[in-house]
Ligand binder design. Structure first.
Ligand code: FES
Ligand code: FES
Length: 151
């Protein structure tokens, strides 16, 4: 499949890159642009480790083609810069490993953007799209609520 040059808008910058039509956004981020914070887990939409923010919504970057992201605003974990949800993850002990955490943080970041007053049920349902086999999710919910309270 031929390579084509596209420009992606990532973390506030225009980033030209070269991809095949079948390359996923996750591949372009990690393999072409050196943004390795988004993790490849299942590669089929189940685990959420690859979650980024596209036009304000969480997106599993293994399920989106790089060419589909042209003209959209993409934010990766590298673009957050010590955001309130990152600080809350630290304060609430909301993570254990570096593999699932970037995806959880991006998902929570989008949740706070889309539903700044989310109720408990909404938070639980939103977190269902990310898998961690080691922790209880309780601390992650606490981190989201701490940001909602402005802490
Ligand atoms: S790697 Fe994308 S959802 Fe698992
Ligand atoms: S802490 Fe990352 S998978 Fe459980």
């Amino acid at each position: 499949m031929p390579l084509q040059t596209i420009t992606l808008h990532i973390n506030g910058e225009n980033r030209p890159t070269t991809v095949r039509a079948s390359d996923t956004l996750l591949y372009a981020l990690r393999g072409r642009l050196g943004l390795t914070g988004s993790k490849p887990g299942c590669l089929n939409g189940d685990c959420g480790a690859c979650t980024v923010n596209v036009d304000g919504w969480p997106m599993k970057s293994c399920l989106m083609l790089a060419v589909e992201a042209v003209g959209k605003k993409v934010t990766t974990i590298e673009g957050l810069h010590d955001s309130p949800i990152q600080q809350a993850f630290v304060k609430e002990f909301a993570f254990q490993c570096g593999y699932c955490t970037p995806g959880f943080i991006m998902n929570c970041h989008s949740l706070l953007e889309q539903h700044p007053d989310a109720d408990d049920q909404t938070i639980k349902e939103w977190l269902e799209s990310n898998i961690c086999r080691c922790t209880s999710y309780i601390e992650i919910e606490k981190a989201v609520k701490a940001v909602m309270r402005g802490e």
